[in-house]
Design a binder for this molecule. Sequence first.
Ligand SMILES: Nc1ncnc2c1ncn2[C@@H]1O[C@H](COP(=O)(O)OP(=O)(O)OP(=O)(O)O)[C@@H](O)[C@H]1O
Ligand SMILES: [Mg+2]
Length: 276
Amino acid sequence: MRLRATLASSKSIWDDEHDQVIRARLSGSRTGDAGFGPLPIGVVVMLAVEAIDLHYGAAQALRRVSLAVKQGEVTCVLGRNGVGKTSLMRAIIGHQPISGGSITFGGQSLAGLRPEDRARLGIAYVPQGREIFPLLTVKENLETGFAPLKRSDRHIPSELFDLFPVLHSMLGRRGGDLSGGQQQQLAIARALVTRPKLIVLDEPTEGIQPSIIKDIGRTIAYLRDKGDIAILLVEQYFDFAKELADTWYVMDRGEVTLSGDRASMDEDDIRRRMSV
Ligand SMILES: Nc1ncnc2c1ncn2[C@@H]1O[C@H](COP(=O)(O)OP(=O)(O)OP(=O)(O)O)[C@@H](O)[C@H]1O
Ligand SMILES: [Mg+2]
């Protein structure tokens, strides 16, 4: 069994007693049913980005960017404002065409595939700024995640409400009436409804209060430790990323300027590169 002990790493910024309760509840709820149960061991690189370029008109936003995202790991993309993090995510999910290089997912080239095709393959996106539907209820927002699923899979996994109990109590409420943190949780939950193999989160902590940041951190660690999902996390909040990153990439002006794994993290150097 590949499953690591949830949050096994040393002391984390969201480690507390309440956490134990959530962990126990979540591990008790793992049934391996049509929710997101464990998958076989052995898959390594889920997503491979190789030397991609991306242009907005004449302006080049990405230059020969490469990265690999592995199943059961959190891969972090770090960098200051405007360095191309979101452009990279948009290239991966198919919202913006690349002008060079290649992207493969599960060994398959994504060239020419539209965002909805990529979603059907198992790529889910939690956009920067959340982009939930403010006039739809929480339940309806979650159901928008059904789009890439076969009819028989179109249900909300009960595990989601273990992860985000607050959403369960607000199913009938309009998305726009939730707090920013609750909207972020809804955006993550909506992505999980699609049963992704890869979840791309673009700055999920941006503008969110600390207690919800902890919840989001726990959720990401839980998903990682299940072992079957690859997680690509864009962050500017270094302390958050540091807790989670198995592999990290620092970007500057459209390029990856430094990368490494958890063991090779030179915190001071990364912080310097992330400050203005
Ligand atoms: N739709 C667009 N058209 C033209 N230029 C764009 C567009 N989107 C982004 N850019 C430019 O591309 C560069 C990279 O932007 P991007 O949003 O990818 O950066 P980012 O690292 O995600 O920034 P932030 O941390 O502020 O979210 C910036 O110079 C930005 O102005
Ligand atoms: Mg961005």
